[in-house]
Design a protein around this ligand. Structure first.
Ligand code: ADP
Length: 497
């Protein structure tokens, strides 16, 4: 097996013959004995072999999660005990931060400076935030108008939860899913993306070390059409939480019909980022750069439609083009890298395919527009690409590309840009750059998106709700909003007469 990293903490994890899956507290091979390769996208080489789950593994994991939910120590845990486990897990993530950051970067490709500064600390933060919530899941007393009745509500866990996550922020997505589900007392089967299973499996080891009872967290790696589909359709799964493409989100919903399982969906986006002429231009240009090129543009909220007021359009485009052309492409593991490779050959083909469509439809890149060559030809690198004066009806202005490609479009009036920004099947996020407080609030009200950023972009915090309008999905993650997604309300009537 080719392992091209040594001398570091992660090598012991990677040098296992194959990395097993976590079912019922045991690390096991897949029922079929099959494994799959996970690839380093900076080089195209195999990083590790991972147990490849399928229907039978999902059956075993669901049975283990059901058992852990109904009997054994977990349902007897006090809220405080549940919270402590989440806090302990947050501590363990911090203790192993360096290793987790390196695994994340090797498997996904993202720059190590971001894995260290953002992915890992935000993951720990998420567990810590929800560790605090487990003791605060209150019901209500209800002032009913029927005499002598004492009526109250209990907030109870849903049961066995399937969680299907994407490859762009593997560790953070695992925390967004696991932390609130566990805080609320559910048991979980987590399916990491086939491209990036490593950090979630390492996290699984930390879950065991923290002392979660067997079967509370199960992790079954593998592919979407097999493991993912089996989990989404399983009759003994009470809820599925999914983050990924809108296309697959629709399949998850179809698969839920059999037992009417609860579904929450965090899906795609084509987010507008709007620069008004009264914005602080230096700030706005830097913001627009990060909005699209952070994480190689593999971000569901990426500011991929850049609307710039006609009067400052050339100034912004020149500044953005200059900054983008200076970004350093390279292997994620190099600390000086600004932009890593895309996650896979498939994603490389998707993104370069859209670039070709853009050119064919008559759009011109001011910079980029090609796959990177030379030393980087082995990996899945695409140059940061800015398409100039794109029309709203072009494919590249409408479809989610999920790569380092932004389309720039001039506008003149505030009402015009709000209407154009909203003309999308998506509604995940939007950015507004202005120093006029009235304009900022007016736009925040007018834009049909689940998150609005004013004079900032891609801000996330465990306490702030996140989720989509329209075909960007439904349900909210983070903050107390997500507690509704992992609990159900029971109303109790007591006749006191
Ligand atoms: P991408 O195409 O970029 O991989 P997806 O939306 O397909 O994005 O992937 C998000 C997650 O959904 C991944 O964990 C993937 O394995 C899973 N997935 C893909 N197809 C299905 C499916 N038919 N049913 C359930 N899960 C799926």
């Amino acid at each position: 097996m080719a392992v091209h990293v040594t001398d570091s903490q992660e090598s012991a994890f990677l040098q296992q013959q194959s990395i097993k899956m976590l079912i019922g507290g045991q690390w096991v091979d897949s029922a079929s004995g099959k494994t799959f390769d996970t690839i380093n996208p900076s080089t195209g080489e195999v990083l590790a072999k991972v147990a490849e789950g399928d229907q039978e593994d999902i059956n075993r994991a669901v049975a283990a999660a059901r058992k852990a939910f109904e009997s054994g120590p977990w349902p007897k845990f006090t809220p405080s005990q549940r919270g402590r486990l989440l806090l302990k897990l947050a501590d363990l993530i911090e203790e192993n931060a360096e290793e987790l950051a390196r695994l994340e970067t090797l498997d996904n490709g993202k720059p190590i400076k971001y894995s260290k500064a953002s992915d890992v600390p935000l993951t720990a933060d998420h567990f810590r935030y929800f560790g605090g919530w487990s003791t605060k899941l209150e019901g209500n007393t209800i002032p009913v108008s029927i005499p002598n009745m004492f009526t109250y509500t209990l907030r109870e866990p849903l049961g066995v939860v399937g969680q299907i996550i994407p490859w762009n922020f593997p560790l953070q997505m695992a925390s967004w899913k696991l932390a609130p589900a566990l805080a609320c007392g559910n048991t979980v089967i987590l399916k990491p993306a086939g491209q990036t299973p490593l950090s979630a499996l390492r996290l699984g080891q930390l879950v065991c070390e923290a002392g979660f009872p067997d079967g509370v967290v199960n992790i079954v790696p593998g592919f979407g059409e097999t493991v993912g589909a089996a989990l989404a359709a399983h009759p003994d799964v009470d809820k599925v939480a999914f983050t990924g493409s809108t296309e697959v989100g629709k399949k998850i919903l179809e698969a839920s019909v059999g037992n009417l399982k609860r579904v929450t969906l965090e899906l795609g986006g084509k987010s507008p980022n709007i620069i008004f002429p009264d914005a602080d231009m230096k700030f706005a240009v830097r913001g627009a750069l990060n909005a699209i090129f952070f994480n190689q543009g593999e971000v569901c909220t990426a500011g991929s439609r850049l609307f710039v007021h006609q009067s400052v359009y050339d100034q912004v485009l020149n500044g953005l083009t200059d900054a983008a052309s200076k970004m350093k492409l390279g292997p994620g593991i190099d600390p000086s890298t600004d932009l890593g490779p895309l996650v896979s050959q498939k994603q490389l083909e998707r993104v370069t395919g859209y670039i070709e469509i853009g050119k064919r439809e008559g759009a011109t890149p001011t910079t980029g527009g090609e796959r990177a060559t030379g030393d980087l030809a082995q990996g899945y690198f695409v140059q940061p690409t800015i398409f100039d004066r794109v029309r709203d009806d072009m494919t590249i202005a409408q479809e989610e590309i999920f790569g380092p490609v932004v389309v720039a479009m001039p506008f003149e009036e505030i009402e015009e840009v709000a209407a154009r920004a909203n003309k999308s099947i998506y509604g995940l996020a939007a950015g507004v750059w202005t120093s006029d407080v009235k304009k900022a609030h007016k736009m925040a009200a007018a834009l049909k998106a689940g998150v609005i950023w004013v004079n900032t972009y891609n801000m996330f915090d465990a306490a702030a709700p996140f989720g989509g309008y329209k075909q960007s999905g439904y349900g909210r993650e983070m903050g107390h909003a997500v507690l509704d997604a992992y609990t159900q309300i029971k109303t109790v009537w007591v006749n006191l007469r």
